[in-house]
Write a new protein. Structure first.
Length: 274
């Protein structure tokens, strides 16, 4: 698998050979897996001349085997104009903590704890998930939140369990970062009033239960929708000011995830304002 060792879609790990014999390694105990696949974005793709209209650029097919059956996953690559962005934010943190929301297809949280503070964080099922002790950062490796975080990063993880199993994953550390489904907006697009608004719209709030020195101190924040003009400003004109070839990666997917100004850009057919 090309990206397993480095998480880089650009090529195979140095220790592998494309034409070498198969070598199977278990990398997850879950029931799903994702990978980078160049069949979904051929090199010859170019952005359409009219970038104000949606256009189909290519089709793809990936052969699979389901038991003894040969099946094929088929899809298409579409160019869609920029519509707006989901922006995830964190409220001011409880005393002794620093909290930052990390935008993305699956948003995350950066949590830093002052020395001397004892902090525990619950997972999304209410299970023990994370704790900061004098020894460092301890994680319940059977927590569903931890398993989902590892799986989303393409890292191996065991099955979740209701029986906690804490491991000291960062000795002496006072900060931790994880991906968390509680920060994710559940739909691909916001409601129509938010799409038609001239400015940002607050869509929902999020909360992660936590305790500081034995007292409740939840981590909270919000998810907002930022319309097209504001979204372009959020990313510093990176999409608008790039050349056509460089803009293409932002136009191919239904979502653009990551560090362009800390936003998740939605690429969908433009809807008329009402």
């Amino acid at each position: 698998m090309e990206f397993f060792t480095t998480s880089s879609p650009s090529g195979a790990a140095p220790s592998t050979a494309v034409d070498g014999p198969p070598r199977w390694v278990r990398i997850s105990s879950g029931d799903s897996w994702g990978w980078y696949d160049h069949r979904l974005h051929p090199e010859q793709l170019r952005a359409p001349a009219d970038e104000e209209r949606a256009a189909r650029l290519a089709a793809f097919a990936v052969p699979l085997r389901y038991g003894d059956r040969a099946v094929t996953v088929r899809g298409r690559v579409d160019f869609r104009p920029l519509l707006g962005a989901f922006l995830v934010s964190a409220d001011p943190a409880p005393g002794g903590l620093t909290v930052q929301a990390l935008p993305g297809r699956l948003p995350g949280i950066f949590l830093s704890v002052q020395p001397g503070r004892q902090v525990s964080v619950a997972g999304r099922d209410g299970e023990p998930f994370l704790r900061f002790t004098e020894a460092g950062v301890e994680v319940n490796v059977r927590s569903r939140t931890h398993v989902e975080d590892r799986t989303a990063r393409g890292q191996a993880a065991g099955p979740p369990s209701t029986e906690p199993e804490f491991a000291l994953l960062a000795p002496g550390a006072r900060s931790w970062t994880w991906l968390d489904a509680r920060l994710r907006y559940p739909d691909d697009l916001p409601p129509e009033p938010a799409l038609s608004a001239d400015g940002p719209t607050r869509l929902q709030t999020w909360e992660v239960p936590a305790e500081v020195d034995g007292r409740p101190a939840p981590l909270t924040g919000a998810v907002s929708w930022v319309p097209e003009a504001s979204a372009a400003a959020q990313v510093g004109g990176a999409v608008e000011g790039a050349e056509g070839r460089d803009r293409l990666p932002y136009a191919l997917a239904a979502l653009v995830v990551g560090a362009l100004g800390g936003a998740v850009l939605l690429l969908r057919r433009r809807r008329p304002r009402r």
